[in-house]
Design a protein around this ligand. Structure first.
Ligand code: XMP
Length: 510
């Protein structure tokens, strides 16, 4: 697949550049500054983007341009730090600065292949210290702002473009159009679509596993369910999909997922392990211990089932996992696009259960998994669900997790989330959840005094969950939800709304 390689100079936006290019249907991967030309060749790179970065090009140990890049003839889009590297390497001048320009700026006199002819005001997001003072020979200045004389430069002949702003962020509203123009100038084909992703993954899986069988654990979430659908498409009945129902999902969710997947032809082995999970959680209040107990129980239940299936149907060689590209980038040194990895004893499984791991989603971002889910027929209300933590409602049930408390939380959560959907607010929030606190307080209901639970509602806006802001849900909506909760869940007499951003708060209460 032809690609655009993004060189990571440490900008917080590097990943976003990759995602935006993929939104434009171009396959894009991230590599470090010391990437070799050979590696770019293996990626079938048709262009390179240099990300921004926190350093000054004058700093000791400032990461350099990849060896040979400027002589390779590959079109280059150089953003912020990347632009300064290019300017310096080609004989221009970079002015050091002691202050950082940060925030929105308006571009003036836009010109050139990338910026010329873009209509209307051009607002750009700036975040830089140094800036280019003199462009290298062959380059033209194609934009300026009131503070930055060289806000963009280009050498159209060599197809090298520099931007002192971030086209990848939403604060640069016309940024996507700029990226699109770069792809046009670089003549990069757009072939990265969900159909393509599916076709490629299907053929890789088929090649990799031949006529062997593949085991998959499904947790009920979007990623593992989608992987189930993909593997079903690739290898049909060679897939052994085990759905472990932890009892810690939302109200009715396990049934819904099971029905949907069966409806799409998947032959699921369903294990109702809710009692085992509840037993493992008895007496545990500490959130880390809860997580450990749940993780261990999952492995135990899945392991038991894997053994049972193998006893009944013979050995299984492969285990599929829904590892995503962000996990791959995070585990340093594991660059590469191979679908099949030969790891053994994955995910803490005991020695007698050694599998070869397959990770068909290791090149994908979460939003791409959702597109794949869509293309494979997953109903939209399942596909578009908010992120949900692996340990499920157990970590939102502060204090001890008992069947009774879990039931109360499921009901409250259901009222909240159903109302968000009903009022058209579900898609406006990145994640919404209910928390059963360990607090009880006095209330009054009819003629009687109550002494019951406090629940907290939390809804946030976010891009990737790393930072988040509390969602400004309309007061009327919150009033309705609060009424509905107290009226329909007798164990609850008080509802509070969490108005903490992340940081300093986390999204989950635990
Ligand atoms: P926090 O609470 O750290 O959460 O702000 C950030 C995002 O991560 C989700 N989360 C998890 N997801 N397994 C997961 O798959 C987990 O153990 C886990 N813990 C937190 C959380 O729901 C939020 O979206």
């Amino acid at each position: 697949m032809p690609s655009v390689v993004v060189i990571d100079y440490g900008s917080q936006y590097t990943r976003l550049i990759t995602r935006r290019l993929r939104e434009l249907h171009v396959y894009s991967v991230i590599e470090p500054p010391n990437v070799s030309m050979q590696r770019l060749h293996e990626h079938d790179a048709r262009a390179v983007v240099l990300s921004g970065g926190p350093q000054s090009v004058y700093a000791d140990g400032a990461p350099p341009l990849p060896d040979g890049l400027l002589d390779s003839g590959l079109p280059i889009l150089a953003i912020c730090y990347g632009m300064q590297l290019v300017a310096r390497a080609l004989g221009g001048e970079v002015a050091p600065s002691t202050v950082r320009e940060y925030g929105k700026a308006v571009l003036r006199h836009t010109d050139g292949d990338l910026l010329g002819g873009i209509e209307g005001e051009f607002v750009a997001w700036m975040s830089h210290g140094d800036s280019v003072a003199r462009v290298p020979a062959g380059f033209a200045v194609t934009a300026e702002t009131s503070d930055t004389p060289v806000a963009a430069m280009e050498d159209a002949e060599r197809r090298i473009y520099g931007l002192q702003f971030h086209p990848e962020v939403r604060h640069t509203p016309k940024g996507l159009a700029v990226l699109e123009r770069f792809l046009d100038a670089a003549r990069v084909e757009r072939g990265w679509t969900s159909e393509h992703i599916i076709d490629e993954a299907v053929s890789d899986v088929r090649d990799g596993v031949g006529d062997e069988r593949v085991l998959l654990g499904i947790s009920g979430g979007v990623d593992s369910s989608t992987l189930g659908l993909l593997l079903h498409r690739a290898i049909g009945t060679q897939l052994v999909a085990v759905f472990v129902d932890t009892g810690l999902l939302r109200l009715g969710e396990a049934d819904e997922v099971e029905r949907a997947l069966r409806g799409l032809g998947l032959d699921l082995v369903v294990v109702d392990a809710s009692e085992r999970f509840l037993e493992a959680l008895v007496g545990i209040v500490d959130p880390e211990l809860k997580r450990k107990a749940i993780g261990k129980t999952f492995i135990d239940v899945f392991g038991d089932e894997a053994r049972r299936v193998q006893d009944a149907r013979g050995d299984i060689r492969f285990l599929a996992q829904g590892t995503l590209y962000p996990d791959v980038i995070e585990s340093a040194g594991s660059h590469g696009s191979a679908v099949i990895k030969s790891h053994h004893n994955v995910g803490g499984l005991p020695d007698d259960l050694a599998f070869t791991l397959i990770e068909p989603f290791r090149n994908l971002f979460k939003d791409e998994v959702r597109e794949v889910a869509d293309a494979l027929g997953m109903p939209s209300h399942l596909r578009d669900r908010h992120p949900f933590p692996g340990p499920g409602l157990a970590i939102r049930c502060l204090g001890e997790v008992t069947p009774e408390r879990l039931r109360v939380l499921q009901q409250v959560d259901d009222v909240f989330v159903s109302a968000l959907r009903e009022f058209g607010l579900y898609g406006e929030t990145w994640q919404a959840l209910a928390v059963l606190t360990p607090l009880r307080s006095v209330g009054v209901m009819g003629d009687g005094r109550t002494y019951a639970n406090t629940v907290a509602l939390r809804a946030v806006t976010s891009v990737d969950g790393m930072t988040a802001d509390w969602a400004r849900l309309p007061h009327e909506f919150l009033a309705t939800v609060s009424n509905r909760i107290v009226n329909s869940v007798p164990e609850v007499n008080r509802v509070v709304y969490d108005i903490t951003s992340k940081p300093p708060g986390t999204i989950e209460w635990e």
